[in-house]
Design a protein around this ligand. Structure first.
Ligand code: NAP
Ligand code: MG
Length: 482
């Protein structure tokens, strides 16, 4: 166990779970236990809530906004100063290629912190011209104690999408990482503590969703839950949170369509289609998992996509040359393999991959990049989020057919459109029911650009100025002047 035992961060102090229980963290590329983390109890959650509340009403609440912003900015700097170590941890517990951790996700997380740090002293109230002549002004206040519950696919980045705006807007935070991937959240807590964030401003609670997560959702002292994860978990959280009427934002699953018209730059579209599904091993909520291809180019296009998929081989995630890492866990790998079997039974044509593979070590949860053709809208792999490197290709006949097929999903997180015809591109963008539309590109993000779902992909927006709304509330003050 190379990384040893890790404790909870509550009120600026590291402590064991109240009952002493721990849970293992596994490296999915080697199947080895690499750390043991505390498995928090409801009592630990309660202690974190007390600490977060005290910080909110104490040092964090009274700190000038600009100073608060400066601390959040420094956290971004520190993240880059320790980017190598942070990226290594992210790759060890998740299995993602080190190139993705080190050169994409850690820098994006640092940028996000610094972007929101800049907002800290720029969000404020206004005066309101009311008919009675009173002085009416508004105060923009934090929501309060915010719990961030995050998944294992982008463990640090998705946490930062919540932690950064929450802290910048003056909230205090309880961060619960996924059981499989707690290491980078703990390291973030360590950095914040060393930088002088007051105790209780950022608490890290590791433990199971059913115990620690549910205790967070049920706790009356928490004002808001920012959740990313499975749609069914999100629905459960929404139901439970109704009892205490918490604010919630949910970023849930997707089955995003990537639409390729015959008039597209086909080589660029092939790259976009493969990167859109195989980046992050397909464990990406916005993955372009439904490839919609115009009938006239279908065979040629899918042959190229399949060819490219066959050339992508899994490798050691810690090797800087690796582009396809390990599936995050054994259970996730088995789930994906189950979808592959179902696709075959339901009559889809396997064009590439379809099997477990290994990197010469005989260990690790690796899958071949997989492409299915002849997929129809009623098949399971066209409807359900697989969350793995499995592409389902569906053909369409014309623009209206493409739009109808793209929108025939309970989800609406993202979408892609490939065409050289700008009128068609913008028309289709206007018709897609999705929070993001990428035209002639896919899977690009920027901290200034909002991200979030339509339909059952959730609600609320992360990143961008729109996220500020979800971490503040407006107080209206009336002053009688007569
Ligand atoms: P999940 O259960 O929704 O987990 C997300 C987070 O919620 C984790 O921190 C989890 O903790 C926690 N959690 C679980 N049950 C909870 C509860 N009752 N109350 C509060 N928190 C709770 O997702 P998963 O099981 O890891 O993955 C299952 C599937 O979800 C995947 O196969 C994929 O299809 C989808 N998924 C989607 C996204 C996305 O970004 N859209 C991300 C991840 C997964 P534990 O880890 O301790 O259970
Ligand atoms: Mg789960």
């Amino acid at each position: 166990m190379m990384l040893g035992k890790k404790q909870l961060l509550i009120n600026g102090e590291w402590r064991d779970a109240s009952n002493g229980k721990t849970q293992p963290v596994v490296n999915p590329a080697t199947e080895e236990v690499i750390a043991e983390v505390a498995s928090a109890t409801p009592e630990d959650v309660d202690a974190a809530v007390q600490a977060a509340r005290a910080a909110l009403e104490g040092p964090w609440g009274t700190m000038p906004a600009r100073e608060r912003g400066r601390l959040v900015y420094k956290l971004g700097e520190q993240l880059m100063a320790e980017a190598d170590e942070m990226a290594r941890l992210e790759t060890l517990h998740n299995g993602k290629p080190i190139t993705e951790s080190r050169h994409v996700e850690i820098p994006m997380a640092a940028e996000c912190l610094q972007y929101f740090a800049g907002w800290a002293d720029k969000v404020h109230g206004e005066t309101v011209p009311v008919k009675g002549g009173q002085l009416v002004y508004t105060l923009r206040e934090p929501v309060g104690v915010v719990a961030a519950i995050v998944p294992w696919n982008f463990p640090l980045l998705i946490a930062i999408w919540k932690v950064a705006p929450a802290l910048a807007m003056g909230n205090t935070v309880i961060l619960k990482p996924a059981s499989q991937t707690p290491l980078t959240a703990l390291k973030l807590g360590e950095m914040a503590t060393n930088l002088g964030f007051p105790p209780g401003v950022l608490n890290i609670i590791t433990g199971s969703g059913s115990t620690a997560g549910q205790a967070i959702v049920d706790h009356p002292g928490i004002d808001k839950i920012a959740f990313t994860g499975d749609t069914s978990t999100g629905k459960g959280i929404m139901k439970s949170a109704a009892d205490t009427l918490k604010h919630i934002t949910l970023e849930l699953g997707g089955k995003s369509p990537n639409i390729v018209f015959a008039d597209a730059d086909l080589d660029a579209a092939v790259r976009g289609a493969t990167m859109g599904i195989f980046y992050g091993k397909g464990e990406v909520c916005a993955a372009g998992s439904r490839l919609l291809v115009e009938a006239s180019i279908k065979d040629e296009f899918l042959a190229k996509v399949a060819d490219r998929a066959k050339k992508m081989t899994a490798g050691d995630p810690l090797n800087p040359k690796t582009r396809l890492g390990a599936i995050s866990s054994k259970s996730q790998m088995e789930r994906v393999l189950g979808y592959i079997e179902t696709a075959k039974k339901e009559g889809a044509t396997l064009l590439a991959g379809g099997e477990r593979t290994d990197i010469g070590t005989g260990k690790g949860y690796f899958l071949q990049p997989t492409v299915f053709g002849d997929v129809t809208g009623d098949m399971t792999i066209a409807r359900e989020e697989i969350f793995g490197p499995v592409l389902a290709a569906i053909e369409f006949t014309d623009v209206e057919d493409a739009i109808a097929k793209a929108n025939s999903s309970i989800y609406g997180l993202a979408s892609g459109v490939w065409t050289k015809d700008i009128k068609k591109a913008h028309y289709v963008a206007s018709k897609l029911k999705a929070g993001t539309v990428w035209i002639n590109t896919y899977n690009v993000y920027d901290t200034a650009a909002a991200f979030g779902g339509y339909k059952q992909s959730g609600f609320g927006r992360e990143m961008s100025m729109h996220a500020l709304e979800y971490y503040t509330q407006v107080k209206t003050v009336w002053v009688e002047l007569a």
